[in-house]
Ligand binder design. Structure first.
Ligand code: ADP
Length: 417
């Protein structure tokens, strides 16, 4: 270890020298009142200037200098020095001879260090001697913001709990929705069966007609075949007729089978006009058997819908059958049910208008409720099923009386795909 003494240099030279000290050098500060050039330095100003320019850390024996320019270490404390001095002074005042008083060397206080200077010289806390205390260390974010952090954490925990609850709730709701949709599908199927039951007579009639015509034609053909020169052209026409009647009967059966199909709820893209045309065809025999004109007025352009075609066909058939029921009851000369489709904004609209008695304001309030019926053998489920299906398709249904004329009109609005 080498020592270099600064007491024979001017302070300005000391500053220059201290700025370029070799590595592994430290400065030990004792005191400076007057430098070698005779310049006097008041208070700790020289120490501060030295600390600002020196490239090595400064140590001292007196902790009074600690607090800005001194890195730290074990030091003597002012209070200890003052206490010992005062004790000696008291003994002198009590008459003891100063030369006889022997004071033991003052112990050094446990080492303490300035965190800011440790940063400047790259000294970590693990480099310090055991038992050291570090001063001037800025408090950690946890120490500064303990309460805001704790309250934020509480809020976060509360929020997480709430989100979990909401997710559970959503899961429960989705399960309930699926259950209710499944029940709706089953109920709707039962409803279709009972509708088909109601229409059995007209369907039988509708199939009987082509079957009767086929029988007639085959009998005629048999007679013609017995003649010596059967007219082959006429025979051809008869076979064509049989073929046509057969397809007619097959179509009726096909439609019935489609209508009775039990299928899970399934969305597809389709044209609402096609579904209306299909349903009107399916219910035409029933309307004919009741002497009611069933007309359809389709919108010119297609009305693309995303939904379950079987369920929507059921909506239409329930509404049309109700309209036929209402119209059957009247003694109006003109009995008609008109199914029209239009487009209003982003919605496709189907209206089913009849020439029946219409709906009273009281009935209109509960008409879509389950078990509301004014019919002798009515179940009162038809319109409730209709509303459920329409709402499952994000649509709306409303009932009104026809403007200025007798009869009710049901309007179903479905969002366009
Ligand atoms: P149901 O046909 O078994 O009675 P709905 O739910 O289909 O069950 O119909 C409920 C009631 O709504 C009917 O009983 C009838 O009073 C009334 N209603 C339905 N459609 C019409 C209509 N087009 N005109 C007048 N009343 C109607």
């Amino acid at each position: 270890m080498q020592f270099k003494w600064y007491n024979e240099m001017s302070f300005e030279d000391i500053l220059k020298d201290a700025a370029n000290l070799p590595p592994h050098t430290v400065i030990f500060w004792q005191l400076m009142n007057v430098d070698a050039a005779g310049v006097s330095h008041e208070g700790p100003s020289a120490l501060f200037r030295l600390a600002a320019t020196a490239n090595a850390p400064i140590f001292t024996h007196d902790d009074a200098f600690f607090g800005e320019a001194i890195l730290g270490g074990p030091m003597q404390t002012r209070t200890e020095v003052a206490k010992t001095t005062a004790e000696v002074a008291v003994r002198i005042l009590d008459g003891e001879k100063a030369g006889d008083i022997k004071t033991p060397p003052l112990p050094l206080s446990p080492p303490k260090y300035d965190w800011r200077l440790m940063q400047r010289f790259g000294i970590s806390e693990s480099d310090l001697p055991p038992g050291s205390t570090v001063f001037y260390k800025p408090p950690s974010p946890w120490e500064t913001y303990r309460w805001p952090i704790l309250s934020a954490l509480t809020v976060l925990l509360f929020q997480a709990g709430l989100i979990t609850l909401l997710l559970l709730e959503r899961h429960r709701r989705q399960t309930a929705e699926m259950d209710s949709r499944q029940r709706m599908v089953e109920l709707a199927h039962v409803n279709r069966f009972s509708t088909a039951g109601e229409m059995a007579a007209s369907i039988a009639h509708e199939i009987n007609q082509p079957l009767g015509a086929i029988l007639n034609n085959t009998e005629t053909a048999k007679i013609m075949l017995k003649s010596q020169y059967p007219n082959l052209n006429e025979m051809g026409e008869i076979v064509d007729d049989i073929q046509r009647d057969n397809s007619r009967a097959t179509e009726v059966i096909g439609r019935l089978r489609n209508f009775m199909k039990k299928a899970p709820f399934e969305r597809k893209n389709f044209d609402l006009n096609d579904q209306v045309a299909e349903t009107v065809k399916f219910l035409s025999p029933e309307a004919r058997s009741r002497d009611i004109a069933l007309r359809s007025k389709p919108n010119g352009a297609p009305l693309p819908i995303n939904g379950d075609p079987i369920q929507l066909q059921q909506v239409l058939s329930n509404l049309i059958l109700n309209a036929l029921d209402a119209t059957s009851d009247t003694s109006e000369p003109e009995k008609a049910v008109t199914v029209a489709t239009t487009r209003t904004g982003n919605f496709a609209e189907v209206s089913i208008a009849d020439t029946g008695p219409g709906v009273s304001p009281e009935a209109a309030k509960k008409i879509f409720d389950p078990f509301f019926s004014t019919k002798d053998h009515g179940m009162g489920m038809g319109l409730s099923i209709v509303r459920t299906i329409v709402e499952t398709h994000n649509g709306r249904i409303e009932v009104d009386n026809r403007n200025g004329e007798k009869g009710a009109v049901f309007r179903v609005k479905l969002p366009l795909a």
